[in-house]
Design a protein around this ligand. Structure first.
Ligand SMILES: [Zn+2]
Length: 165
């Protein structure tokens, strides 16, 4: 009789990227792996093996499954492997979009430089016009603002084109 439950394996490519592969059976994994039908969702390497430390593995399978993986350029069938992350090219594009968006937000704020903590406090207290600002703050200033309930978001320096010192 056929066991219809899905097997989930932690797989790993030669570069150490770990991802989940879902298979109809352990044999299904072995068949796809030996035909080079599995590929890493991050780097698209087809040098895939089961992750040795995965707790869900059936240990009796390891000795066979861990044999040298075969190389192939065939992409996995859509139904064969469910992956947790998008392909590398999509990921890069997504990151670029997000960074572009954040950069636009950053540019739309008023740069108050080192007066950031002071200005954030004035806005919070209603002494200054409410507006988005950016600037620099020391760790101590950030801590004090947090204690006063003033939310600030750290921005990586490379997103702030004209950061004042
Ligand atoms: Zn990889």
């Amino acid at each position: 009789m056929v066991d219809m439950s899905l097997k989930v394996f932690d797989l790993q490519c030669e570069q150490g990227h770990v991802f989940e592969g879902w298979f109809s059976s352990a044999d299904n994994y072995e068949a796809q792996q030996s035909r080079g039908l599995l590929s890493c969702p991050v780097c698209e390497s087809t040098h895939i093996s089961k992750k040795l430390s995965a707790p869900r593995l059936n240990v009796s399978h390891l000795k066979e499954a861990d044999a040298a993986p075969s190389a192939a350029t065939v992409t996995p069938a859509a139904s064969a492997t469910a992956v947790a992350s998008p392909a590398a090219s999509q990921m890069t594009q997504l990151q670029a979009e997000v960074l572009k968006h954040i950069r636009q937000i950053v540019r739309s704020t008023e740069n108050v430089g080192a007066r950031f903590a002071e200005e954030a406090r004035r806005i919070h207290d209603g002494e200054a016009t409410e507006r988005p600002i950016r600037g620099t703050a020391t760790p101590q200033e950030r801590e004090e603002l947090a204690e006063e309930g003033i939310a600030v978001m750290p921005i990586p320096a490379f997103l702030d084109d004209d950061r004042l010192q």
